[in-house]
Design a binder for this molecule. Structure first.
Ligand code: CDP
Length: 230
């Protein structure tokens, strides 16, 4: 258990800016729990696709949500993985077929209500790093530390393409750019908790910096916050 001050660290921002990579490593360094809120929306999307849930049928959606249980388990390498109804779906939810549908699913109010409730429960004990789109604005508006990540579109797409390739999937760069741009558009313009920068968030542009530098910046801010009298 961490002896470091227990805080909530929220990392929001656009798709593929390095939020998850940063959040995971910061959590490891601070002895915090890492929660990938995007993985939860991806798991819901997987369930909806595989069970042919119609996005225009509120009754179907309510019923499906009542049958979805999402959890995270740490594997033997210390990496947190996503489980949907006790099945490991970590690999499946990163596929393009999910990326293509996740933003419309995430824009549905009932989906958000259900996920936000779970996220707040997971963060009750604090000592967490959670990344997403609405963590500092809606899920934990009182988070001790908030970050907002951004980066150049092409740089983001190249990084995501490399990540997909590491999982043996070669996706055309134009297709990756198209997906990221489309998701950014839906995420920033939706009615329910759109992606926006919290007034008290620290902005990190990751275009020209390394993962280590991103991580250092967040850890540095966390240490400085922890040392301040509250
Ligand atoms: O990894 P990447 O940044 O591409 O996306 P993600 O964090 O896995 O999130 C996938 C999608 O879930 C986003 O494009 C949003 O549509 C949605 N999402 C959301 O609405 N709210 C969150 N807190 C996290 C993700």
């Amino acid at each position: 258990m961490s002896t470091f001050k227990k805080m909530v660290i929220a990392i929001d921002g656009y798709s593929a800016c390095g939020k998850s990579t940063t959040a995971k490593e910061v959590a490891r360094i601070l002895g915090y729990r890492y929660i990938d809120s995007g993985a939860m929306y991806r798991a819901v999307t997987l369930y909806f696709l595989d069970n042919h849930v119609s996005l225009s049928n509120p009754r179907d959606i309510t019923k499906a949500l009542s049958q979805i249980h999402i959890s995270f388990k740490v594997n033997s390498k210390g990496i947190s993985e996503t489980y949907l109804n006790n099945l490991n779906v970590e690999k499946e939810i990163r596929k393009m077929r999910i990326s293509e549908k996740v933003s419309p699913v995430s824009a549905i109010k009932d989906v958000r209500v259900a996920m936000v409730e779970q996220q707040r429960r997971m963060g009750k004990e604090k000592a967490i790093v959670m990344d997403g789109r609405d963590i500092g604005t809606v899920v934990f508006p009182n988070a001790e530390l908030k970050f907002f990540m951004t980066a150049d579109m092409v740089v983001r797409a190249i990084r995501r393409q490399k990540e997909l390739l590491e999982n043996d999937r070669l996706v055309d760069l134009d297709e990756v750019i198209e997906n990221i741009a489309q998701r950014d558009k839906i995420d920033t313009t939706r009615k329910e908790s759109p992606l926006r920068q919290a007034a008290d968030a620290i902005v990190i542009d990751t275009t020209h910096i390394t993962v280590d530098e991103q991580v250092d910046e967040v850890v540095r801010q966390a240490v400085s916050k922890a040392l301040k009298p509250s």
